[in-house]
Design a protein around this ligand. Structure first.
Ligand code: NAD
Length: 323
């Protein structure tokens, strides 16, 4: 029987899968790194399924060579891949399992911002019957920054479902360019005429504060920024200032630099601005995506245990390196 430690939040999101999976025995363990490492050592576990938490030290010493860190999700910015690889630990994720859920979340945030849904709902809860004038998505322009799996899904749904004009931007040339009304590698061109700007880039050193005081000036004043990617790409203080002073119409954010959310500057708390919608990193939190992520993570681990490493969804840095 393959023993697998699964961090508590992830276990709870797909308990049925972890309880009933064949050929494996899954343990629910704390996600905090020192506690997680202690459980791994005590239970002599080689394989672990983790969420978005950042792991910087003890985890890599606790797992043996040939062990696996399986991300329940796609972004692996919380894992030190170099350190893991140095210890002979494999890192994998669950690409495609959550694309629809995150894309639908981005569209929900676009719609919520366009029709001021959170403000309307708050009005009525406060017994205020007040009509707010929103705007239509049809005919408006969406800039999709990062045209990978999720960005492409958002583009398709926005164009074919809502009649939006979609401009895609990426740092590389992409294959499915016909999905977009226009494709560019130039950020300024992509956002220059946008009504909505939706971020779908990975968090890494090159995307750190991609949205900052300077790049915000390139986005039209009446546009809304949507972020369902990661907190790293947005300078939250600069975004706060832009929305507070009216040089950006608003924002809808599912991800933050500090999670659970803590403002970088207590005087610039994004939650205090009514033009900013905030959600607690729920992009992939649907029953369907959680089931698929759990199944994919377990399948990856079974492949590793059977020596079928070539079949695994290894993170890009390890692809082609591990024989
Ligand atoms: P992906 O790897 O398929 O696509 C990312 C794209 O971004 C690639 O095409 C890449 O070339 C491009 N890119 C990289 N740097 C860029 C830059 N500086 N400017 C423009 N484009 C750039 O990734 P994906 O699966 O589509 O995931 C996208 C993001 O969504 C990731 O940050 C991931 O962590 C995040 N995500 C969030 C949630 C959530 O719950 N909110 C869930 C899953 C994934």
């Amino acid at each position: 029987m393959i023993k697998i430690a699964v961090t508590d939040l992830e276990y709870d999101k797909a308990e049925n899968v972890f309880l009933n999976a064949e050929g494996v025995e899954c343990f629910r363990v704390p996600s905090g790194e020192s506690e997680l490492a202690r459980h791994i050592c005590e239970k002599r576990v080689r394989y672990v399924v983790v969420g978005v938490d950042k792991y910087t030290g003890a985890l890599y010493d606790a797992l043996p060579e040939g062990g696996v860190i399986a991300r329940f999700g796609v972004g692996y910015d919380g894992i030190d891949v170099e350190r893991a690889a140095g210890r002979g630990i494999l890192c994998c994720n669950t690409p495609a399992a959550l694309d629809d859920s995150v894309a639908e979340c981005a569209l929900a945030l676009i719609l919520a911002a366009a029709r001021e849904l959170t403000l309307c709902a708050a009005d009525l809860k406060n017994k205020r019957w007040q009509s707010r004038v929103g705007r239509e998505l049809s005919g408006s322009t969406l800039a999709v920054i990062g045209c990978g799996r999720i960005g492409t899904k958002v583009a398709c749904a926005a164009k074919n479902g809502f009649g939006m004009r979609v401009v895609g931007q990426d740092i590389r040339d992409i294959e499915d360019v016909e999905i977009f009304d226009e494709f560019t590698t130039d950020f300024a061109v992509a956002v220059g005429k946008a009504d909505f700007v939706s971020l779908h880039v990975p968090e890494n050193p090159s995307t750190k504060n991609l949205i900052n005081a300077e790049s915000l000036k390139l986005i039209p004043e009446d546009a809304v920024l949507i972020n369902t990617s990661r907190g790293g790409p947005v300078d939250e203080n600069a975004l706060y200032d832009a929305v507070a002073e009216g040089s950006l119409a608003g924002a809808a954010l599912d991800v933050f630099k500090n999670e659970p959310y803590e403002p970088l500057d207590p005087a610039r708390d994004l939650r205090t601005l009514e033009r900013i919608i905030t959600t607690p990193h729920i992009g992939s939190s649907t029953a369907e995506a959680c089931t698929r992520m759990a199944e994919t993570a377990l399948t990856n681990i079974k492949w590793a245990a059977n020596g079928e490493v070539a079949k695994m969804n290894l993170v890009p840095e390890l692809q082609g390196i591990i024989p």
